[in-house]
Design a protein. Structure first.
Lengths: 116, 154
């Protein structure tokens, strides 16, 4: 997905659910941890030091890719995977928004119950 | 990733007072900023209209899950796609919901209230909260209104 379309309304119709599902797995979280340093890595690099097969890692990378958390870039004959922060940031932003509404509501509740 | 919000707040008021402010629909409406049509009843839907200036078109809806006196009050509520007038849903039945829980605990000088909201992983990613955020002044203003209101009453 292009940067432009992610910023458009249609782009935003990607689901937060997808991001949560994508991150709700220890293997995928560890892949994100390896990629979030910003350095693009190949499947072989990502398979190294893990007990999983190349196929399994590839499958997990595809899940992350479909949620927009990583994307692949070509480097010669190899595919490198790169971390993309935006979907996570969008989700975080919505949680922050709801969280702030609660802070304000509870502040009003406090004033309400403590002054009567 | 975290799928829930948790808030803890110490209230210098007896647990019975806090329970009433949470579960009496008129009192809930006063601090939350909503005019509710009727009382909270387990397994029933309570509806109302937000009273924050500029957001009067927003409906409030909660399906009460649990009411354990002075212990636990919970409901599920929808997170509509858009809060703007244009595109605001008329029917909430298909909107994904989160679970809101208010837990109360007696403390030495009042009540500890723990609020959790969970189930965000069910929400599609097209919440248009930016428009609401731009109007945060509305909320701040409303907060002052309530403070003034409470101050007048006390």
């Amino acid at each position: 997905m292009s940067h432009e379309s992610r910023n458009s309304l249609a782009g935003k119709r990607r689901t937060h659910a997808l991001v949560f599902t994508a991150l709700g797995d220890p293997t995928r979280l560890s892949l994100v941890a390896k990629l979030c340093t910003g350095t693009p890595r190949s499947i072989s690099q990502l398979t190294k030091h893990s007990n999983l097969t190349r196929q399994a890692i590839t499958k997990h990378l595809r899940v992350l890719e479909s949620a927009g958390i990583v994307h692949s870039v070509r480097a010669g004959r190899k595919s490198l995977f790169k971390f993309n922060l935006e979907p996570i940031a969008e989700l975080r932003e919505y949680l922050d928004f709801v969280s702030e509404q609660w802070d304000q509501a509870l502040f009003r509740l406090k004033a309400f119950v403590e002054s009567k | 990733m975290d799928d829930r919000i948790e808030k803890r707040i110490e209230l210098k008021a007896p647990i019975s007072r806090v329970w009433r402010a949470l579960t009496d629909y008129r009192e809930f409406g006063e601090w939350f900023g909503v005019k509710l049509d009727g009382p909270f009843v387990v397994d029933e839907v309570t509806r109302g209209q937000i009273t924050h200036p500029g957001y009067e078109h927003i409906k409030w809806e909660g399906l009460v899950q649990k009411m354990e006196p002075e212990r636990l009050f919970s409901f599920t509520w929808p997170h509509p796609k858009s809060l703007e007038k244009k595109g605001y849903p008329q029917d909430y039945s298909k909107e994904p919901r989160t679970l809101v829980e208010f837990r109360l605990e007696k403390t030495a000088d009042g009540t500890l209230l723990v609020v959790t909201e969970s189930g965000f992983k069910k929400l599609p990613g097209d919440r248009q909260h930016e428009s609401f955020r731009r109007n945060e002044g509305g909320w701040t203003e409303q907060m002052k209104n309530i403070e003034n209101y409470v101050a007048r009453k006390s």
